[in-house]
Ligand binder design. Structure first.
Ligand SMILES: Nc1nc2c(ncn2[C@@H]2O[C@H](COP(=O)(O)OP(=O)(O)O)[C@@H](O)[C@H]2O)c(=O)[nH]1
Ligand SMILES: [Mg+2]
Length: 351
């Protein structure tokens, strides 16, 4: 699963990418190549579990991030080439995090609304292009054959077309399973989950009108200051804690952005615990226990018998696994159990 960091040039995309992945790319350059790196998904619950079980290792889940080169708006053919390249990269990712510049930084007065609107227009135009091509093909098919092979296609693509023309994105539309299947091969850009990241001057608030517009477009919203996150990431843990305490905040805003992106990918975490290792694992929301077992190892899925499940909050309240057991908070669940975010699992299996 990949999250693409997208947006206009010089909005702070690479700065954020570096903080998330530790990639150490040069910033302020506006390069043309995409960069891919893995970033861990910080989870304070895992820290608490590690405090409780004192294991040799603590392992977070991670996701892949792609720093997609930005484009400039309204610079003629060069801009068009950049935009095409940008769209090609955008098609390959599973979700997009758009960074919007709300700081001056010598780049001129910020135009947050302009950035949001321009990008959503680029994405919508790219989707429209594909839909128009498809509709044209379907019309020709009908002329030639007297009918189309799949009669469900034309009405669906017409509905998509109308919705995009009226300024919406495809992520707004409810699709039935047939439509999901038909649409899935096209990698529509406006159907992908979107996180809008307002990159602020330290201490400022994101503009309310732009936040509302982003929310209306179905985006998750996060505000942060990328250069402050960068400084924070360079501190040792004690200094960082002090810094956050001074600001009166629990966690860096960066962490919220990472978790919002993880969740936009429809991922959630379950945990395994023990003296060797406390570990967070990714699983799609709505997955059943055997699927979660399969994330750990295929043998655990194949030979799944049952799962011992403890909710994170129940374990914390009990104070230890044995206290949770004594309080009947450790449940035995079968193959039909739907794993919940934060579940602590122990899989019983036989192969
Ligand atoms: N003042 C300020 N400058 C920033 C902030 N975020 C990024 N920058 C600076 O803006 C420039 C462009 O950043 P970069 O991450 O390369 O942007 P990109 O082109 O979107 O990848 C760099 O010089 C950054 O240090 C911020 O929150 N505040
Ligand atoms: Mg960059």
């Amino acid at each position: 699963m990949q999250i693409g960091i997208i947006g206009v040039k010089f909005t702070g995309k690479t700065t954020l990418f570096n903080v998330i992945t530790g990639a150490g790319l040069p910033t302020g350059q506006g390069g043309v190549d995409p960069h891919l790196a893995v970033g861990k998904v910080p989870d304070p619950r895992l820290t608490k579990l590690t405090e409780m079980f004192n294991p040799k290792r603590e392992i977070h889940t991670s996701v892949e991030w792609v720093d997609i080169p930005g484009f400039q708006v309204g610079v003629g053919a060069a801009g068009a080439r950049e935009a095409t390249r940008f769209l090609e990269h955008g098609r390959k990712v599973d979700a997009m995090a758009q960074v919007i510049r709300c700081f001056d930084g010598g780049f001129g007065t910020p135009d947050a609304m302009g950035e949001l609107e321009n990008l959503s227009m680029e994405l919508a135009l790219a989707d429209l292009q594909i839909i128009e091509n498809r509709l044209e093909k379907l019309t020709k098919e009908k002329e030639r054959m007297g009918k189309v092979a799949n009669p469900l296609e034309p009405p669906m693509f017409k509905r998509f077309h109308e919705h995009l023309e009226s300024g919406g994105g495809l992520r707004d539309l409810e699709l039935n399973p047939d439509e999901e299947k038909m649409a899935s091969g096209y990698a529509f850009l406006t159907a992908k989950p979107l996180i809008v990241v307002f990159n602020m001057e330290e201490g400022n608030d994101a503009p309310a009108d732009v936040m509302n517009a982003a929310r209306k477009a179905g985006a998750e919203i996060v505000s942060l200051c990328a250069t402050m996150e960068e400084e924070l990431a360079e501190l040792d843990p004690d200094e960082a804690r002090e810094f956050l305490d001074d600001l009166g905040i629990e966690e860096p805003a960066m962490n919220l952005m990472i978790r919002a992106s993880y969740s936009a990918l429809s991922l959630q975490s379950f945990f395994t615990v023990g003296p060797d290792e406390c570990r967070a694992w990714p699983v799609r929301k709505g997955s059943l226990a055997p699927t979660a077992a399969g994330v750990i190892h295929s043998d655990l899925q194949r030979g799944f018998i049952r799962a011992e499940v403890t909710a994170y909050d129940d374990l914390m309240e009990a104070g230890s696994m044995s206290a949770a057991k004594a309080a009947n908070k450790v449940r035995l669940e079968g193959k039909a159990y739907e794993v919940q975010d934060g579940d602590i699992l122990e899989i019983r299996f036989s192969v």
